[in-house]
Design a protein around this ligand. Sequence first.
Ligand code: ADP
Ligand code: MG
Length: 238
Amino acid sequence: RKRDNVDVEKLEEAVRELDTKASYTSFSDLPLSAPTAEGLKSAHFSSLTDIQAKAIPLALKGSDILGAAKTGSGKTLAFLIPVLENLYRAQCIGPDAGLGAIIISPTRELAIQIFEVLRKIGGKGHLFAAGLIIGGKGLREERDALARMNIVVCTPGRILQHLSQTSSFNVDNLRMLVLDEADRIMDMGFKKDVDAIIEYLPPDRQTLLFSATQTKRVSDLSRLALKEPEYISVHEAA
Ligand code: ADP
Ligand code: MG
């Protein structure tokens, strides 16, 4: 525990000193906790993709992000690494820390994919509890599991159902909200659900919004969900 505190203080300082205008190319250039660094290594991730290089330093420093980059550009790690790291540095990981991050995905399949990447890079070293809330299990079973989670990956309808129906579902400690595939979230008609979810969440959270395309609907959503976001858009090289 004491060692943890020393590590966290050092990391905090390194993150404060991180230059968001520099172009980092490798994960090992970033101030990441040992468990995340090892998780990335064991999954054979070493160089940053463009969207990761632009988004991760800003997100580590706490900015809200509106990120657009085409499918396949590596958006998942661009939000999962900041989620893990920001919760770790805030010491919001562990059985008593409560729910620290909600990651919303438009479909169950995509939520499962995100969850698998989270397990791959964070599952061994970090002591967080993460879970999927995508329906398919009983509400009660999900509710009991939710009470122990630090990070939840979910679909909009199902998490809203818990927020509105489970009086014991506490989101007071929530620090981060991620909206992945925001364009699809909007195309699939989830705007009302997401608006309602946001109403339940602490306003001082950090929000990361990613999408493959920049549409009017995405900017409508971002106006509601984000505070003074950094706009990051990665285009294909001509
Ligand atoms: P997106 O969400 O932008 O569609 P993903 O996060 O699903 O993209 O990543 C697409 C693919 O690229 C995945 O197979 C993933 O494992 C791989 N990938 C992501 N980041 C890196 C990286 N830094 N180095 C190597 N491969 C990566
Ligand atoms: Mg994706």
